[in-house]
Design a protein around this ligand. Structure first.
Ligand SMILES: NC(=O)c1ccc[n+]([C@@H]2O[C@H](COP(=O)([O-])OP(=O)(O)OC[C@H]3O[C@@H](n4cnc5c(N)ncnc54)[C@H](OP(=O)(O)O)[C@@H]3O)[C@@H](O)[C@H]2O)c1
Length: 370
């Protein structure tokens, strides 16, 4: 029996090819777990990797000579275990992947980025089976389907890390996430995977949530499905910071899930509350500022930050222990990730293109196992 997989040479979303790889032989290497993959969820990063555009982490080489299996987020079942497991899994356990198994706790480090990270630089999970080190897995929550559980590793954890108290730092363990966020104002930009996870976490914890989107229909879904409190169409209201201030009596947002990057940061600076946090998560609106504007904007950032005595914080997913902490919160509130559409494994390239087109609300998932 062989592993079925999709491979990319990082040369385009329409250039992925089907391939096979040998099934790991039993006995498995020490401290390793063989997982049959049921579902994979897609992240914007996966589209960038397949297009050779994931270049902003200097320690990750883009476009190596070998074809790469993309994607990082999966839910599956343990089908074999090696000896000497650090984390005790047994055959039949349902598990989810940890994006970077070296980041057990605390901050990301350059050597972790360089040598781990599913779907670049390591082969990813867009395949039928994967051999994980035991530390690279966590138990999947029982109340979630496989399609829902596979959405947790990147989108949910990134949103979870973004909704933390900045002063407490990354290692802070909240005694009560609910009390930390209760009554706070959260802006979630767009209706993609990270943003919608952020809406769910913030609402569960009692925050007031403002969602921005290019689509009125998606905004209505955010209200009716997830209870979003205020809705702003960033296409028809390009100065959406004014709308955030109007909705909050001039207060602004305590937390902004900044997904647009160069396209939205300027508005976020005007929408953030005094003492608030802008979480630099994404760059859907571009990674660089426009030429001509560049000098002025770069020069202005420090002034803009101090002007409202706020924190501009870079976010990079999160460590394994915080993923565990988040799973406890999800379990407590029975949060179910929003799965917008499920594609069959043989339509994986179409699924990646669909995600890239931005038509979705929440997550796009691939059904790997029949
Ligand atoms: N730093 C990290 O650890 C980390 C982790 C995960 C993701 N990311 C990054 O965060 C971003 C979001 O990731 P994702 O996986 O959630 O992506 P996604 O699911 O592909 O999100 C797509 C949605 O984002 C919204 N969007 C697009 N351009 C926008 C803009 N200019 N302003 C506001 N919203 C915009 C659109 O929502 P509407 O259709 O509603 O307008 C679009 O449907 C990406 O740049 C990704 O690379 C970073």
């Amino acid at each position: 029996m062989e592993i079925q997989q999709w491979q990319t040479r990082q040369d385009g979303l329409d250039c992925l090819v089907r391939a096979t790889a040998p099934m790991p032989a039993v006995p498995l290497p020490e401290d390793h777990v063989l997982v049959k993959i049921h579902n994979v969820s897609l992240n914007y990063r996966d589209t960038e990797v397949c297009m050779g555009l994931y270049s902003h982490h200097r320690s990750v080489a883009v476009g190596g000579p070998e074809p790469l299996v993309p994607c990082s987020d999966m839910c599956g079942t343990v089908v074999a275990v090696g000896s000497g497991l650090e984390i005790d899994f047994k055959v039949g356990d349902r598990v989810v992947s940890v994006f970077n198994h070296l980041q057990r706790t605390g901050h990301m480090r350059p050597e972790y980025i360089k040598s781990a990270g599913l779907g670049l630089p390591l082969n990813g999970v867009l395949q039928t089976h994967y051999l994980f080190p035991s530390i690279g897995l966590l138990p999947a929550p029982e109340y979630l389907t496989d399609a829902e559980a596979c959405c947790l590793p990147i989108a949910s954890l990134t949103a979870w890390m973004s909704l933390q108290v900045a002063e407490a730092g990354l290692n802070y363990k909240a005694e009560s996430p609910d009390s930390r966020l209760k009554g706070k104002i959260v802006v979630a930009q767009g209706t993609g995977g990270v943003s919608i996870a952020g809406v769910q976490i913030a609402k569960a914890a009692g925050a007031t949530v403002i969602v921005t989107s290019s689509s009125d229909a998606k905004l209505e879904t955010a209200r009716s499905l997830l209870g979003a409190d205020h809705l702003i169409n960033y296409k028809t209201t390009p100065q959406w910071a004014d709308a955030v201030l109007a909705a909050t009596d001039g207060y602004g947002a305590d937390f902004i899930l900044e997904n647009g990057g160069a396209g939205t940061l300027r508005q976020s600076f005007d929408a953030v509350a005094f003492g608030g946090v802008i979480n630099c998560i994404g760059y859907l609106g571009g990674k660089t500022t426009k030429k001509g504007q560049e000098e002025e904007e770069d020069h202005a950032v420090s002034v803009l930050a101090l002007r409202r005595n706020m924190t501009l914080r870079g976010i990079m997913n999160g460590p394994r222990d915080r993923f565990e902490e988040m799973l406890g919160f999800y379990e407590q509130h029975k949060i179910k990730p929003v799965v917008h559409r499920v594609f069959p494994f043989n339509e994986s390239p179409a699924a990646l293109q669909y995600l890239f087109s931005g038509q979705h609300f929440g997550k796009v998932v691939i059904q790997v196992a029949e």
